[in-house]
Ligand binder design. Structure first.
Ligand code: KIV
Ligand code: ZN
Length: 515
């Protein structure tokens, strides 16, 4: 009988922590739903004490999850635990995840305590968390650098106090697979009440060993793996879930393990996370990189044509990667668009067919032929762009010349009001249009990142602009997509302005709630 490995996804917590601009509630919701479709057992949706925004988004995610269990992080402090329970009170059942540093470094220089005090804090927090739920996970932060004696004694104490899962994080990605496996083996050999709980592992990738360490831990008896999609996370990131899941799957007969993951959802979920988090995936990334299933040398191409397995250990179709060449034009009907989306693995709830079809027709008129990446871009980037529509760019005209000034004129709808502006600059057409938009909204923002890429190939590509701006010491991310790169740049800024506008409304609402 194969044993199950529980998958805990922490993209929305550990992953989100490392982003340049935090995700908004809607983006978090889309990611949570994609993770649920992929079959993740537990979704760590955030750290509710950290911000009112995180609290609110955990609250809304806990209302909608049906199959995956929601989990929230809390320090070993009663106020954190109470807030975590409050944020998840609408969930059918939930997990509280407590963490506390256990290595000498963390205990003395970060927490300024002795080890007995650490054990007391951990056990009393578990007892507090148990008032809200039976499902309590305890993480020995920096376990990878904790002495095995201390690790075993705190684990025994937290199990006694009622923890149901004990997590062994290699917080700083310090260990090698053999070292990490030995830690897990020792825990199983030395902790007398270990059979009462699940041992989980949470590895960071500072030495590029997070996936290897997680698999080693499973060989030693761990039954839960924590990680993030595309390996997002602090510094070099966390265990990449798509990699560890496929490693467990490829070696299922040797490891004798299985997961609940619907492999066909992996590719799509990875894309959704990459797009919403504004974290591109490198071409040679295992499993989900653009080149993961492409063969360059003549010998390899010949071998694959004779038998795919000559050079592929995974069938790309098994992770939902369907290379379908589309042939859609402005004469294609709604049914054809729906059919192609289906062929690419998207379900009707993943996108809005009516909105997609309207955008598709506009783009098909401009471009002639539409490719699969165009459809995906329209369905997802546009969706992101359209989510926040207080400001709407009605018109622009930009003039730019060699060694001269650039001039931009715009008409921006601000709610129902028309705002006409003009700006002149020597910094080029994008700066001119950004200055005009700034004049219209009066937000005092700083552009921190501007990234323009071609979405697609050759002259058929769409311009995609990603920007990060700072407003009142918070970072906001925006996307613009258009055949014209100036329009794409302008739309990215309008997208950000809408996001800022929306967040100021949320802040006002929260202020009212907190009064
Ligand atoms: O890396 C870590 O130790 C963590 C804990 C909070 C589990 O993220
Ligand atoms: Zn972590």
């Amino acid at each position: 009988m194969k044993e199950k490995i529980i998958i805990l996804d922490t993209t929305l917590r550990d992953g989100e922590q490392a982003l340049q601009a935090s995700l908004n509630a809607n983006e978090k919701m889309q990611i949570a739903l994609a993770l649920e479709r992929m079959g993740v057992d537990i979704i760590e949706a955030g750290f509710p004490i950290s911000s009112p925004g995180d609290f609110k988004s955990i609250q809304s995610i806990s209302k909608v999850l049906k199959k995956s269990k929601i989990c929230s992080l809390a320090r070993c402090l009663f106020k954190d635990i109470d807030i975590a329970a409050q944020a998840m009170k609408y969930a059918q059942n939930f997990r509280i995840h407590l963490f506390l540093g256990t290595s000498n470094l963390h205990v003395s220089s970060k927490l300024k305590k002795n080890f007995n005090e650490i054990i007391d804090m951990a056990t009393s927090s578990i007892i507090q968390a148990k008032r809200y739920t039976n499902d309590v996970e305890f993480s020995c932060e920096d376990a990878g650098r904790t002495s095995i004696d201390n690790l075993c004694s705190i684990i025994e104490a937290v199990i006694e106090a009622g923890a149901t899962t004990v997590n062994i994080p290699d917080t700083v990605g310090y260990t090698t697979p053999t070292q990490f496996k030995n830690i897990i083996f020792s825990i199983f050999n030395r902790v007398k009440n270990i059979h009462k709980i699940i041992i989980s592992v949470h590895c960071h990738n500072d030495l590029g060993m997070a996936v290897g360490n997680s698999i080693s831990a499973v060989e030693a008896g761990a039954r839960q793996i924590e990680g993030t999609m595309n390996g997002l996370g602090e510094r070099a990131g966390n265990t990449a879930l798509e990699e560890v899941i496929m490693a467990l799957n490829v070696h299922r007969d040797v490891l004798n393990k299985y997961t609940n993951i619907n492999l066909k959802e992996i590719y799509k979920t990875s894309k959704i996370v990459s797009q919403f988090c504004n974290m591109p995936i490198s071409a040679n990334k295992a499993i989900v990189g653009k080149n993961a299933f492409s063969h360059s040398s003549g010998i390899h191409q010949d071998g694959v044509l004779k038998n795919r397995e000559n050079y592929e250990i995974i069938d790309p179709i098994s992770i939902g990667l369907n290379h379908c060449k589309l042939n859609l034009t402005s004469r294609s009907g709604r049914a054809a668009v729906k059919h192609h989306m289906q062929k690419m693995g998207y379900r009707k709830n993943d996108y809005n067919l009516n909105e997609l079809y309207v955008d598709f027709l506009k783009l098909a008129d401009k471009k002639g032929q539409i490719f699969d990446y165009d459809l995906e871009a329209l369905a997802f980037f546009k969706k992101q762009q359209n989510l926040r529509e207080y400001f709407k760019l009605e018109y622009f005209d930009v003039q730019s010349k060699l060694s001269g000034l650039s001039v931009a004129s715009i008409i921006l709808m601000c709610g129902t009001e028309i705002n006409i502006q003009k700006a002149t600059t020597s910094n080029g057409p994008v700066d001119a249009i950004y200055q005009a938009l700034n004049k219209a909204t009066l937000y005092s923002i700083v552009l921190k990142k501007f990234h323009l890429v071609a979405n697609g190939e050759g002259k058929d590509a769409l311009g995609k602009v990603d920007i990060v701006v700072q407003y009142k010491s918070r970072n906001f991310h925006g996307i613009g997509l258009a055949t014209d790169i100036i329009e794409a740049s302008a739309q990215a800024m309008v997208n950000v302005l809408n996001y800022i506008w929306k967040s100021t409304q949320v802040d006002k609402e929260l202020e009212k709630l907190c009064k």
